[in-house]
Design a protein. Structure first.
Length: 703
């Protein structure tokens, strides 16, 4: 008898209830219990129909992730779906929360489905590098139609219950109490003599699918799915649903599923899934650390970053007060926020009501005193240490005791900023990434004096506003921007050695980045890096890696915002156009520095851009700036566009082999100089035949 799947009869309806917290995942115990209880319900002569429902906060949310990568245990998923679909009595799934992955596959194997309006259904397996493997690619097209099904499966995006009803995935929307409403729905089906209705028996007519549909769909998603293995496999599986009888389609789905699991991308994407959750765990901060309340947020600075941060909090339901130095700046900041929301309205992302609600949560002021009741204040002013110290002196004077004071600095010393206040324990770095209302990464920078409850509160807050929080220690650039220096250094040096901006960008785009280093620099603004270098005492033109960028800035070419940077940009367009003027500047600087230019191949470009990330990542681990190698991977995937299907720079290094990486870096040092000095940790692990993951496991076991 299963402890997590129960059975009772309510009148003439047999009710199977899954109660396996926290998300009723399809573990071996749940699968076994389902098969057992379906058989019991079928054998119950008093039960005319069978209702499947879940206790707790959700329907079956998917497979049991703790079983990933382990040998399969009986019964399998297909035995569960076959039991429900093969029942001689009508089976009905009652859905609340989420029915994702195996949860939706289980529901689709029932003969009917009802759901509360707030429920969502989806097949997100593609995000783990695989396809649905328990009939999802065969049943969903039969219920929702081929076009809707392939879109759900290829994108992995969930569908709300009302839309799912329109598509035919859900048969009935139940208002109020789910069990009560579901029992009434099943009773009505019985009264009406509703037959057993197996999804597998629905015919898919190939002639009803427009000629060339799949080819057009492939073309339409080519850019978004670029580099990924699983999306094409999803399409092939849905094609099998159209072209083959159900049983043959199920067999083909199974073959494709195995093919996906064998592809290294599946392991990388599943690794990313796990480590994004692992990043929230801080070894010396207990899970039961009391948290501070955050009910009102203050933001100092209404520029691009401050406005984006305000939107991130307003989107999550929190009121925000934004402070600016003068009315003109405040008006511009609020106008930009309004314009951004209007753009979301036009695209259909938000309704008019939602936009009005969000705008209503954001207010502006010129008075620091209006932040007196804020629980969290985030400073997002210009990246100037003196200016930030001035801001913190003012905040220290007006903010209430216990308020968290955060700085959005991307490079500066959080400890020095904290020392400006009388309460350094309340100060923390919250490094948002632009646009802050969109980008998922939030580097949570722990100062030397930052209190544990402040750190724990900010990590929970990150999740509440839809961010992936990663803890970093204090150093120049923290985790992400510190590593970015080496990436941009080598890109800049390769220009002098013979590569063009377009060649470097094309190589990194081919590796899987959404854009190369020079297109990215143009987007961010070349003047930003120029100012940071000057702040650090690096005179323009003194560093070979940045001499070209320095000349571009001094010539008024700041990137997209001025219509020219490493590329030209036509008015109203963000498409980079190679510019002979930039080539001329590169050649002049190479000649001035005595650098002989040559052809650089794609492999060298990729290696020289990626390996500095690995090397600096190893130093960051040695210094304790990052807690785990996987935290570095989370930062680079969510903040800098490192391709998720490669797992992040540290995971990628383990796959390449640390000895190979180490030997290449030593060769680069001999050829290019001391900036390629290998990190001691990298050398140690390479010589021992170890990996970053192995090092992290051993480190965790010692604690």
């Amino acid at each position: 008898m299963s402890d997590v799947v129960g059975y009772e009869r309510k009148g003439r309806i047999g009710v199977i209830t899954i109660d396996s917290p926290p998300v009723n995942a399809l573990s071996q115990a749940v699968r076994s219990g389902l098969v057992e209880q379906v058989a019991r319900a079928v054998a119950d002569d008093e039960a005319e129909a069978i209702l499947l429902i879940c206790a707790g906060r959700t329907f079956i949310a998917g497979a049991d992730i703790s079983e990933f990568g382990k040998p399969p245990k009986e019964p399998g998923f297909l035995e569960v779906t076959n039991a429900l679909e093969g029942s001689p009595k009508p089976t009905v799934a009652a859905i609340h929360g989420t029915a994702f992955g195996g949860g939706l596959e289980t529901a689709m194997s029932c003969h009917y489905r009802c759901a509360v309006p707030s429920a969502k259904v989806g097949q997100p397996e593609v995000k783990l590098g695989i396809i649905p493997g328990a009939g999802g690619t065969q049943r969903l097209p039969r219920l929702a139609g081929v076009e809707a099904a392939v879109n759900m499966i290829v994108t992995g995006k969930p569908v709300p219950a009302p839309k799912a009803k329109k598509l035919g995935i859900i048969d009935e929307i139940v208002e109020g109490d789910l069990l009560e409403g579901a029992l009434a729905y099943v009773g009505r089906l019985e009264d009406e003599g509703a037959p057993v209705r197996r999804t597998r028996d629905i015919s898919l007519d190939r002639s009803a699918v427009p000629e060339g549909f799949f080819a057009a769909y492939r073309e339409g998603i080519a850019k978004k799915a670029r580099g990924y293995f699983a999306p094409e496999m999803c399409i092939q599986a849905v094609e099998a649903a159209v072209d083959l009888p159900f049983d043959e389609g199920i067999q083909r789905e199974g073959e494709i599923f195995v093919e996906c699991m064998r592809n290294p991308q599946a392991a990388a994407l599943q690794y990313v899934f796990f480590v994004e959750r692992e990043a929230a765990k801080i070894p010396d901060v207990p899970k039961d650390t009391p948290l501070r309340s955050i009910n009102k947020v203050g933001i100092v600075g209404g520029g691009t970053m401050g406005g984006g941060i305000a939107m991130a909090f307003a989107n999550s339901g929190l009121p925000v007060t934004m402070v600016e130095a003068d009315q003109g700046a405040l008006d511009r900041g609020l106008a930009t926020i309004k314009k951004n929301y209007e753009r979301s309205l036009a695209s259909g992302r938000f309704t008019e009501v939602q936009v009005a609600e969000r705008l209503g949560r954001i207010s502006g002021t010129l008075e620091y005193g209006d932040l007196a009741d804020a629980d969290l204040v985030i400073e997002a002013v210009f990246e100037d240490l003196g200016l930030k110290k001035e801001v913190y002196a003012k905040l220290d004077a007006v903010c209430k005791a216990g308020a968290i004071l955060a700085t959005n600095t991307s490079t500066l010393d959080v400890d020095e900023i904290a020392a400006t206040t009388s309460r350094p324990a309340d100060v923390i770095g919250l490094h948002f990434f632009s646009p802050a209302n969109v980008m998922r990464l939030l580097e949570v920078v722990r100062g030397a004096a930052t209190a544990k409850d402040v750190l724990a509160t900010c990590m929970k807050m990150a999740k509440a506003i839809g961010k992936v929080g990663v803890v970093s220690g204090v150093c120049f650039g923290f985790i992400g921007n510190r590593m970015l220096e080496g990436y941009l250094r080598e890109a800049g040096l390769m220009l002098l050695e013979g590569a063009s901006p377009a060649e470097v960008d094309a190589a990194m785009y081919g590796f899987g980045f959404p854009m190369g280093p020079f297109a990215m620099s143009d987007l961010a603004g070349l003047d930003v890096g120029y100012r940071v270098r000057k702040e650090r005492g690096i005179e323009p033109g003194s560093e070979p890696s940045s001499v070209v960028a320095d000349r571009l800035v001094e010539g008024g070419r700041h990137g997209q915002k001025t219509g020219a940077g490493f590329y030209r940009y036509e008015e109203g367009s963000r498409a980079p156009v190679p510019d002979p003027e930039v080539v001329r500047i590169i050649e002049e600087e190479a000649a001035r520095l005595g650098i002989a230019r040559r052809e650089l191949g794609e492999e060298e470009i990729v290696t020289r851009c990626v390996y500095p990330l690995i090397n600096e990542g190893a130093r960051i681990l040695e210094e304790g700036i990052a807690i785990r190698p996987s935290d570095i991977d989370v930062v680079w995937i969510n903040g800098y566009g490192f391709p998720p299907y490669r797992g992040g720079p540290m995971y990628y290094a383990d796959q390449v082999g640390l000895k190979k990486v180490y030997d290449a870096i030593r060769a680069f040092r001999e050829r290019h100089g001391e900036h390629w000095e290998p990190a001691p940790l990298l050398g140690k692990l390479a010589e021992e035949g170890d990996t970053f993951l192995g090092w992290a496991i051993k480190k965790a076991m010692k604690k």
